[in-house]
Write a protein that binds this ligand. Structure first.
Ligand SMILES: Nc1ncnc2c1ncn2[C@@H]1O[C@H](COP(=O)(O)OP(=O)(O)OP(=O)(O)O)[C@@H](O)[C@H]1O
Ligand SMILES: [Mg+2]
Length: 227
């Protein structure tokens, strides 16, 4: 399994008052290599919290998690950062591109920490071929500010793919896009999952996106269930 969650919980303790909020109450989930699912649920139900835990950006309060069959509970911050950089691509609602770098430079940012020289040398080739894949090769010298929302998000998709991750985690990837661009991003993510055999988890409010991605789960009252 590429992702395995066993009874994951997350409780936030807020401020001085110490009020506890149990956001995730025991989530178990297995995703195989190249697997796909979408997660829906009301605002505040814990979708981003769950995605951030899977992406090792946040820590669970209890439970076990394995990524690529490795128990990551004993990993230190450096090991987690390396794992994230190599195995996981993130796509957020806002593209988070660096405004002063052009498109090509932006998609190469995740290759900066790569230690493997061979991989690093191949990055440029990969960047060009992925930019072509998403139809942006002729725009690669432009700055993010000169792109439409959909184009900027396609750039973010390329950046997420540049290190050949085994997992793509997308949190409301179409949340700030208009209908046509949203459809295009949904289609692109689906295509990447199928053609590149990358496991894909998409969190969304959009039922049309959830339907396109398929294998829909919802979070309610801190629990994940298959729709
Ligand atoms: N760092 C934090 N400290 C305290 N509470 C938090 C923290 N992060 C999230 N929460 C709370 O946890 C709950 C779940 O938040 P989360 O962001 O996971 O929801 P969501 O399902 O992604 O919502 P949305 O659809 O609005 O993005 C919310 O009630 C939120 O206020
Ligand atoms: Mg959220």
């Amino acid at each position: 399994m590429i992702i395995e969650l066993d009874n994951i919980t997350k409780t936030y303790i807020n401020g001085g008052a110490g009020i506890k909020r149990e956001v995730l109450k025991g989530i178990s989930l297995s995703v195989e290599k190249g697997g796909v699912l979408s997660i829906v649920g009301p605002s505040g139900s814990g979708k981003s919290t769950l995605l951030n835990i899977i992406g090792t950006l946040d820590k669970a309060s209890s439970g076990n998690m394995k990524l690529d069959d490795k128990d990551i509970s004993q990993f230190n911050d450096n090991q987690l950062a390396e794992l994230r950089n190599q195995k996981i691509g993130f796509i957020f609602q806002s593209h988070h591109l660096l405004p002063q770098l052009n498109i090509l430079e932006n998609v190469l940012v995740p290759t900066i920490p790569l230690k493997d020289k061979k991989l690093k040398e191949l990055s440029m080739e990969r960047a060009l071929s992925l930019l072509e894949y998403v139809g942006l090769k002729d725009r690669m010298h432009q700055l993010p500010g000169q792109l439409s929302g959909g184009e900027a998000q396609r750039t973010a998709v390329v950046r997420a793919l540049i290190n050949e991750p085994e997992i793509i985690l997308a949190d409301e990837p179409t949340g700030s896009l208009y209908l046509d661009s949203a459809e295009m991003i949904g289609e692109l993510l689906s295509k990447i999952n199928k053609e590149k055999n990358v496991a894909l988890i998409v969190v969304t409010h959009s039922l049309s996106l959830a339907n396109r991605i398929g294998n829909i789960y919802s979070i309610t009252n801190g629990l994940l269930k298959k729709d």
